[in-house]
Design a protein around this ligand. Structure first.
Ligand SMILES: Cc1ncc(COP(=O)(O)O)c(C=O)c1O
Length: 489
């Protein structure tokens, strides 16, 4: 296909040249009804582009097949058989994909270090999600990918499972052995779904790991907005092979997607695809050069350990996503959380996530040499601030290895609606969780509704909270507490 085409952007431009007098939505009608402050803040262009798909981007009956063409181009660009754009992030796309595969009562096997996007489906759908324990690197205290052996064991224990779901790349920049996990799943005719929220560009650069679809994944979902330059929420589902039915997926999407998808987001998806199809190699060569420069300059500061190729070959590590810079701050004697906060507030440098021991910086197509300078200067400033005693010293975190999942004793959808009471983490031991507990970012659930809370996980949460983790749902006065199923007295 001719990847120079951009049907969404072209039809948007055509509409702008020949606008209509609208008596439908959006009611701001190309900005005329928008509050002046909104126009001033967002600019006219944002409102002019904000039209609907029917009778805007396309006609009443989709006669011009604008989205169909755009998605066919996306499928071709990513080497997929079908593509589905979505404007509510990978969260909604992943949930729709999984809902198209599993019905209430079914089981999904999901990597324990995946984002809440997949796990939270259990609260609304009546599905049971069995977490697969990811490989753990105790020396660096990071969770890697799920191993094929772990996937195989889970498939054997749950022979009726409807899908295996893994996150690849992980938040810490490693990919799983997708080929081996796909083989294990396919031996039982189970589809492998890859949450590749951060791996959209893999298909476009030889310097990045291979795209999961080329390694046997049946479907992947990626947040084009995260790394490839689309507007926030722009995401795409990509299918390959015949284990995921595209028609059933489309019907599921029709049930849960908005009927007013954002055309600016769709246009940005279309154009990010075109830019990558044309220039992906050059774009990402530049990104990875900047990552390399940043890594060596940070390492030269002396107080930071930047994880590199020595991680290759560890369990659960098939390859490295070198666009993610994982920086260990242990030698400074402060937590990653406090370092993160100092960088954001004092150096105006914002990293994608922090934990007790690390800072993680993701480089994408929008990062330039000035960002590299700011990151390096920020880390130098942080080191000096620590030396001046401006940050509190903190003991090392509890470590992800201390986590221990409890058994699921109640269907998550039922537990989430059960009568509850709020108790301290210590008092939650042996009780049944009502909430999904996922320190943010990266919002990886450490407890699911219906799970019996283990002493190890309760202690880990208490430790995480004390060292500065942000645990949504346990803020303010409720810090250090969680909801559990109320005892029948
Ligand atoms: C691995 C992973 N999956 C899914 C999501 C959700 O993506 P989105 O923000 O596009 O909904 C995220 C967001 O951070 C993520 O990191």
């Amino acid at each position: 296909m001719d990847q120079n085409q951009s049907p969404v952007a072209d039809n948007l431009a055509m509409f702008a040249r020949d606008p209509v007098h609208g008596f439908g939505g959006p009611g701001h009608h190309r900005g005329r009804g928008a509050p002046a402050e909104a126009l001033a803040a967002l600019g006219d262009a944002a409102f002019r582009a904000d039209i609907l798909t029917p009778k805007g981007l396309d006609d009443r009956t989709k006669r011009f097949h604008v989205m169909e063409q755009a998605e066919a181009l996306a499928a071709d660009a990513w080497g997929a058989d079908a593509a589905f754009y979505g404007t509510s992030g990978t969260t909604q796309n992943l949930q729709a994909l999984l809902l198209s595969l599993a019905a209430p009562g079914d089981i999904l096997l999901v990597a324990g270090n995946d984002h809440r996007a997949s796990f939270s489906l259990a609260l609304t759908s009546g599905l049971t999600i069995v977490p697969l324990t990811p490989a753990y690197d105790a020396e660096r205290d990071v969770e890697n990918g799920v191993t094929a052996a772990a996937a195989e064991a889970a498939l054997a224990a749950h022979p009726g499972a409807k899908a295996v779901v893994i996150v690849s790349p992980t938040f810490f920049g490693v990919t799983s052995d997708v080929r081996a996990i796909a083989a294990a799943a396919h031996a039982r005719d189970v589809p492998l779904i890859v949450d590749a929220a951060w791996g959209g560009a893999f298909a476009f650069s030889a310097a990045l790991p291979p795209c999961p679809l080329t390694l046997g994944a049946d479907a992947m979902v990626t947040s084009v907005h995260k790394t490839m330059g689309a507007l926030a929420q722009g995401s795409v589902i990509l299918l390959r092979g015949d284990r995921v039915d595209p028609d059933r997926l489309q019907r599921t999407l029709d049930c849960i997607q908005t009927t007013s998808p954002s055309v600016p987001i769709l246009a940005s998806l279309d154009l990010a695809r075109r830019a990558h199809a044309r220039d992906g190699e050059a774009l990402w060569r530049g990104v990875l050069e900047r990552v390399g420069t940043a890594a060596s300059r940070i390492a030269a500061l002396g107080d930071y350990r930047v994880y590199g190729d020595e991680r290759l070959g560890a369990p659960g590590v098939a390859d490295l996503d070198r666009s993610k810079l994982v920086i260990d701050v242990t030698a400074l004697g402060v937590s990653g959380f406090d370092a993160d906060e100092w960088l954001q507030s004092r150096a105006r440098v914002s990293v994608v996530l922090s934990d007790a021991r690390h800072l993680v910086a993701t480089f994408s197509v929008g990062n330039d040499a000035g960002d590299v300078d700011a990151l390096v200067a920020g880390l130098a400033g942080l080191r000096d601030a620590v030396a001046r005693g401006e940050l509190r010293r903190s003991a090392p975190g509890a470590g992800y290895g201390a986590l221990e999942r409890g058994t699921t004793v109640m269907l998550p959808a039922h537990a989430a609606r059960a009568a509850s009471e709020r108790v301290s983490y210590a008092d939650a031991v042996d009780r049944i969780a009502v909430e999904l507990v996922a320190p943010a970012p990266p919002e990886v659930p450490r407890l699911m509704p219906g799970e019996r809370v283990t002493a190890a996980t309760a202690a880990w949460l208490a430790h995480a909270d004390a060292s500065g983790a942000f645990i949504p749902g346990a803020e303010g006065d409720e810090r250090g507490t969680m909801l559990v199923v109320r005892d029948r007295a």
